[in-house]
Design a protein around this ligand. Structure first.
Ligand SMILES: [Zn+2]
Length: 300
């Protein structure tokens, strides 16, 4: 750890003789929406499909696209390790309904994989998508307790870069996502906490967020089923595979010396959108989820 770092948390554990807690969020019946419909999502994954859109996303750029409910989106690393910052919105909500990273962490886990869903914010709270395939599903936890596909952190942004490095840099994930959604009328404030696809992260013994080098190889992929009509956006993180991470597009040390050029570890991403060849048969019995029907009184 750098001698400049302060951390309030202690590494050594104290035993208070409390019983081991159970997860705070859990199914309360066999019909709970928290219990995945395994056979259904396996069938979706394995059924014949056809490509309807394909997007090459160059290094350090962003891309937004629409995907209809019932379609399948695959995001891949065609040339090797690269972190992908992901946002999504209900296509019918004027960017008001978006994925909610913290509730998803509570309902599933702080890293996500196959059969997990991404949930939307209030006053909606419904599954926006369900992950159906993940070539890195068996990666972790590694020796540092690192895991892939991270909901703990958020996007890199030019404000925290300026705060920490003093530099103005315009191609952070926050800005890449913002530029991308302008095509659909999105504003800067519509960018929200991300799912960091292909990103390897965890909490260390001091409870500090860490990032390891992205373990994706050429051809690795992450695939999801769209539960509702979506606008999706990704950023090919300017930190690339995070093997050389620092603040600033050309990272500098505390003496403002350029210590790394992260462009050398940046690679493109690929997005493919598929539709099922026979959606009536495969999706029989499936219904696009509705927002939770709370009465909305709030005690007022
Ligand atoms: Zn980033």
């Amino acid at each position: 750890m750098s001698s400049l770092t302060f951390v309030s948390q202690k590494a050594s554990k104290k035993n208070h003789n409390y019983p081991k807690p159970i997860p705070a969020y859990f199914p309360t019946s066999k019909d709970s929406i928290l219990i995945p419909k395994f056979e259904f999502y396996d069938l979706v994954k394995e059924s014949p499909r056809h490509l309807v859109a394909s997007h090459h996303v160059p290094i350090r750029s962003g891309k937004a696209w629409k995907a209809k409910k019932g379609s399948i989106v695959r995001i891949s690393t065609p040339e090797g390790p690269q972190v992908c910052d992901f946002n999504c919105w209900s296509a019918d909500s004027d960017f008001k309904e978006h994925m909610w990273a913290s509730r998803t962490r509570q309902l599933h886990s702080a890293h996500v994989s196959v059969y997990d869903k991404l949930w939307s914010n209030l006053p909606y709270l419904r599954p926006m998508l369900t992950i159906i395939d993940d070539s890195l599903a068996d990666y972790g936890p590694d020796e540092h307790n690192g895991r892939v596909h991270d909901l703990l952190g958020t996007r890199c942004d030019p404000y925290v870069d300026k705060l920490l490095s003093g530099q103005d840099n315009d191609f952070h994930c926050h800005s890449n996502l913002y530029r991308a959604i302008r095509e659909y009328g999105g504003e800067e404030e519509n960018i929200h906490d991300v799912l960091n696809i292909f990103q390897l992260t965890g909490l260390n013994e001091y409870d500090q967020y860490f990032m390891e080098t992205c373990p994706a190889k050429s051809g690795d992929y992450f695939e999801f089923f769209c539960e509702i009509d979506l606008i999706c956006a990704i950023s090919a993180c300017p930190g690339g595979d995070l093997s050389n991470w620092g603040w600033g597009e050309g990272a500098s040390d505390e003496n403002n010396q350029n210590v790394s050029d992260m462009t050398g570890v940046c690679r493109p991403l690929q997005v493919e959108v598929f539709e099922l060849d026979d959606p009536l048969a495969v999706l029989a019995g499936w219904e696009s989820p509705s927002p939770v029907k709370y009465n909305g009184n709030h005690g007022i």
